[in-house]
Design a protein around this ligand. Structure first.
Ligand SMILES: Cc1cc2nc3c(=O)[nH]c(=O)nc-3n(C[C@H](O)[C@H](O)[C@H](O)COP(=O)(O)OP(=O)(O)OC[C@H]3O[C@@H](n4cnc5c(N)ncnc54)[C@H](O)[C@@H]3O)c2cc1C
Length: 446
């Protein structure tokens, strides 16, 4: 048992936990903050650079976002961009590429025109791109296999002079480093500490790992799908089930200059595949992610199967949500296709068909399955309302403990999510927030 009682203990050193460590250390007078991470370094799970699409989601090219959600992520993205650009190693954190969402055919093009009217007042850099403008930015998107301009109606919404990608792994490391350099605070980051159990004793949270027991006055759990397990152990979040949705990717030689998204099929709950540069693999383009439901909480870690079974909490209501999804033909076909995307040999043929919507001239031999790339989005099922929840979810117990589950766009939203938790925990502990410094550092427009 550690003798120290932390004011705040954060569990999970991905980008969510690291962002909260940075914010509470930098902008509050909370004196002693601990972070427990089960691996030997920060960001080894979904925030690992290879496990997500590295997109700084601003809401302008994501046709699956409502205007309200788009504006929310726009603010979150601006905070993260501002942080990254303020760092001496900014060139390793944030990247500038062109981006666009591509409409193919009359229906999708009409939808993009409508979306442009709705979004352009909020996104001054957003442009409506016709075939020639697309060709200037992404020649392989505008041309067919014969090298001539594509015949079908094509339109895109995009911009070519913005920061559009973040290495969330490097950003998480940067947050931890920044927090550890703050004078006058006790910042205690412990690696190789897998939390097994949390309980409450004498108004304190007792957090047990295999080798130690830590005490804290408040607690924020940022452990992906495992957050739900730890919450349920404590008796919270019992109305949720977790549906882990894995994403795989394919590499091709560099055939795109930037990020090319496609128009969302509004019947599908997950974003359509897109093509992106990989900030850590120069000279390649990465296509994906696919969306495969897997019974594990951490990709490629089958020891997380028992934890999945605990949080899945299968019952009539979960069965009903799954059935409601499965009975929609578009979703059913999509789910089956995503299973086939994992089967060697045929997966390349099938994926090629989808990827050719973006680059018609793509060849079978260009595609290479990206092994050990892609994480798992811990999507929650709200059992009382029998609904699959998209985006981040938070369980605030009201007793100084918060549990975060962060599927996409959790990388982009890390600082905004941390702000919410910082405010809740500061209020709970009676701590002061340096609003002026917070606003100046993270919020003021450039
Ligand atoms: C395929 C895919 C594509 C995505 N693309 C994007 C994108 O383009 N843009 C975007 O903004 N977001 C994207 N996301 C979402 C984004 O990656 C996540 O929202 C984000 O990384 C979540 O960060 P996190 O810190 O909450 O979780 P994680 O990064 O998973 O971190 C959780 C941490 O908790 C630790 N942990 C777990 N259990 C315990 C325990 N018991 N004790 C101690 N530590 C524990 C883990 O080791 C891990 O370090 C994508 C996600 C996926 C899967």
């Amino acid at each position: 048992m550690s003798n120290e009682v932390y004011d705040l203990l954060i569990i999970g050193g991905g980008i969510t936990g690291a962002a909260l460590l940075y914010q509470t250390a930098s902008f509050t007078d909370i004196q002693s903050i601990g972070l427990l991470e089960k691996y030997a370094a920060p960001a080894r799970v979904n925030s690992l650079a290879s496990n997500n699409s590295q997109t700084l989601h601003c809401g302008d090219i994501e046709t699956n976002y409502s205007l309200e959600k788009a504006l929310k992520v726009q603010r979150a993205a601006a905070m993260l961009a501002r942080y990254c650009l303020g760092q001496p190693d900014k060139d390793h954190l944030i990247f500038r590429y062109p981006k666009m969402v591509l409409g193919v055919g009359a229906h999708e093009c009409a939808l993009l025109r409508e979306r442009f009217t709705q979004l352009s007042p909020h996104y001054p850099r957003l442009r409506l791109l016709d075939l020639k403008a697309i060709a200037r930015i992404e020649p392989t998107v505008a041309t067919g296999p014969d090298g001539k301009l594509r015949q079908e109606e094509l339109l895109a919404l995009g911009s070519s002079d913005e920061y559009t990608a973040v290495d969330f792994e490097a950003a998480a490391r940067s947050f931890v480093r920044q927090a550890q350099h703050i004078d006058g605070k006790a910042i205690d980051v412990r690696y190789n500490q897998q939390v097994q159990r949390i309980h409450i004793e004498d108004g304190c949270f007792l957090v047990e790992t295999a080798s130690a027991c830590f005490r804290s006055r408040s607690l924020v759990v940022c452990a992906g799908g495992h957050s739900l397990k730890l919450a349920q152990d404590l008796g919270y979040g019992l109305d949720y089930s977790c549906l882990p949705v894995a994403g795989s990717y394919y590499f091709t030689p560099q055939i795109l200059n930037g990020k090319v998204y496609t128009v969302q099929n509004d019947k599908l709950p997950f974003a359509a595949i897109h093509g992106d540069p990989d900030v850590q693999v120069p000279g390649k383009t990465r296509f994906g992610p696919t969306a495969l439901i897997l019974p594990i909480l951490e990709r490629y870690n089958y020891r997380t199967l028992p934890d999945f079974l605990r949080v899945f909490r299968f019952d009539r209501r979960v069965a009903r949500v799954l059935w409601d999804l499965f009975k929609v033909p578009d979703i059913r076909n999509y789910m089956l296709k995503n299973i086939l995307f994992e089967i060697p040999i045929i997966r390349k043929w099938l994926f090629l068909r989808d990827a050719r919507k973006i680059v018609p001239g793509l060849r079978y031999r260009d595609l290479e399955f990206a092994h050990k790339v892609g994480g798992i989005r811990p999507q929650l099922i709200d059992k009382p309302n029998m609904k699959l929840l998209m985006g981040e979810a938070k369980i605030d117990t009201g007793i100084g403990a918060i549990f975060n589950m962060t599927p996409s766009p959790g990388g982009t939203s890390c600082l905004e999510n941390a702000e919410q938790d910082m405010r809740t925990i500061a209020a709970f502990l009676g701590a002061r927030i340096d609003e002026e410094s917070f606003r100046r550092t993270l919020c003021e427009a450039d």
